[in-house]
Design a protein around this ligand. Sequence first.
Ligand SMILES: [Mn+2]
Length: 457
Amino acid sequence: MNLLSFEHYSQIRKSLAQRLPDGLILLKGGSPVVRNGDVEYPFRQQSDFLYLSGFEEPGAWILIDPKNKKDVLFIPKADDHHLVWIGTLPTLEESRKRYGFSKVCYQGDLKSEIQTSLRGYRKIYAPKEAQNELKRLGRRSIFPEDLREALDELRAAKIPGEIELLKVSNRVSGDAHIEVMRQTRPGQYEYQAQAVFESECLKSGLSSLGYPSIVATGKNAAVLHYNKNSEKIKDGDLVLIDAGAEFRGYSADITRTFPANGRFTQKQRDIYSIVLEAQKKSISAARPGALSAELHVLSMRIIAEGLKSLGILKGEVDSLIENGAVRVFYPHGLTHMLGLDVHDVVGGKKRCVPNPTKVPVRFSARLEAGFVITMEPGVYFIRFLLESPKVQEKMKDQINFKAVKNFLDFGGVRIEDDIIINPAGAPLNLTHVPKEIDDIERLCAEGRELAHRKKRF
Ligand SMILES: [Mn+2]
């Protein structure tokens, strides 16, 4: 695929027009946000706007007129100040060629264009953020919830053009993860591993991340969204890195856990193998029709069995899942949708399915072909929970707290890949970063060998 192609965006606009044929559809792009003084945060386009246009500059609008099969992109015009300080913006001609709208105008034409297009419509589908601007245009009813619902329904299953973009962010982020495994050593700081990841993404042209990178070594890995990334990496510790870059807004979300010194200890192998088995089995079970909640329970079952075999949990696996004992070690979800938001839309109200399991889950959906989701089981030794007298009392028949003592400084393991649900058969795994123990150790050794050669020559 030609990555400069923007063809699939007009297909998406047509699909939206078909869902909301009786109103004028209006979307407002994002605006710059001030960080402090004269400094703005790096601009990131609003996700729905990006979904419908691929247009990444602030201050734009989209109008879709379903009856007349017309779509208009309103772009900001670079004034003298902008040209001097920031540089050029795409021109009308460039935007016409690139984004495939039937018409491209400057933002100044917005009002008149809306007024003309409104003839024949009683409704406007627009987000709440656009309401102020629309008030002045007469008493038309605005339906932000209907627009939200239509967009959520559409955004859930990805079309081929979107999958190509997700493949790019996954490939680049995956290569960056591999570089981190090669270059990380005990004695470095967590932020140095972060620097390797982020610079590799930037070197490939991906300048923004889907979320702040998590680099957590040793006990920090038991903090689920740790992102201070400021500690020294110790010999014998595991390094957990959860990081992903985005390409035209489509994010990767990848986690790997590897030994800082290049070799897993037996204890690390034991825990890692349990998480890996849970992850691989959950991936194979991810088919259209499968319920995300049931997959989560499947992963809990494998983790419960594994922790039981290590003498950390005791009792019946089913009751360990139901009474919350497994959740002490695995307190987050198995999966979430992935796309223009790293935790992407779940697909609208109609898609929400009741959770048939006895385990609370945040994301309960029936998987469909084209869904792109993460698979990310984990096992953590969270001191705060394991040393709490309340937890100890409640779980005394399920958790062997004596055995747990040997793991209090362990931290945790999470393994996360991004997969596409296939119409039939196993899903397609977008993430190519090695995750087998032998492969990870080989990569770490390879990194040391390369560094050694560089020193010699
Ligand atoms: Mn994730």
